[in-house]
Write a protein that binds this ligand. Sequence first.
Ligand SMILES: *Cc1c(COP(=O)(O)O)cnc(C)c1O
Length: 368
Amino acid sequence: MPQLIILFPSYLQVLAALGETMKKGTSFGAPCLLENVLAEMVISAVPSIEMVRFVNSGTEACMGVLRLARAFTGRERIIKFEGCYHGHADPFLVKAGSGVATLGLPDSPGVPKGATYETLTAPFNDVSALENLFENNKGEIAAIILEPVVGNSGFIAPKPDFLNAIRRITKENGALLIFDEVMTGFRLAYGGAQEYFGVTPDLTTLGKIIGGGLPVGAYGGRRDIMEMVAPAGPMYQAGTLSGNPLAMTAGIHTLKRLKEPGTYEYLNKITGELTQGIIDAGKKAGHAICGGYISGMFGFFFTEGPVYNFEDAKKSETTKFARFYRGMLEEGVYFAPSQFEAGFTSLAHSSDDIQHTITAAEKVLRQI
Ligand SMILES: *Cc1c(COP(=O)(O)O)cnc(C)c1O
């Protein structure tokens, strides 16, 4: 089921639009009109974004936003959560989830100690750990960055009020709040997790969906902060291919389709059926299993649960997941190949696809 892009049936339209754009030039190394069009769409959709800068990947967006948060606050320390992934830039490769978790690498070789020295970590959903970090690093923390719903250690939702607590703590301490919505943006709701939960960060990163399948990332937020980015301000960041017309075209067409009424209701409905179907089938077959979903994002763990953070997620029986994954492949269903990745549904998935997947899961879960 994993699909980074969200609307395969309309993809032919996107391809046609790309063909038209391509005739005019694939890249100019300069801003183009389409960049403004997509920027306007993102600004009107995402509550925190008043100005936006396009880049070429989620990794780049997170690198840019980190430099910006440090530039704006004049502080260097950041807090990230264990099991959250913010791309592969050095400062974030501490207790990162995703492929790093799957491969059991706590850090990566090649990352110098100095690069992660200012990166503090806390368990997700743990407000008192955060309060302690602020207490012990008074006036030194530039920002908290997080996946508002974690997708890179499997699917982990925030506890009620966790996001509000972080918003309060960052304000009290003069630190910025950054939502990394590379995964959740335009997936949980048109305005992302911040619209869904009603919590507005200072800065936001985006990627994946906003490129409609082409390489894109973006960071944006409060105007007073974004005005520090060059050339308007002194914080340097640039990119030859950033905002190129092809990626912008694919993004524009994707967002247009997602904005149509009923999109997120449909995703929520099929994702709920799928997740509940798998959990029910797992329990019926005698497995310890738990899981959750929001709109087009879901996940389940082979453990009793509840799963509130990466430590809880690691209790999952990964060898069982491996058997489930291979069994499903044999049934013709391709899940994300790790217990520590969330799954996504797309508008291409029909009710029949969901039923077919549940039926296959019932069979495989009885065998493993
Ligand atoms: C995928 C992802 C990234 C990195 O994006 P890339 O385009 O792969 O560099 C960053 N943050 C989150 C939350 C992601 O899911």
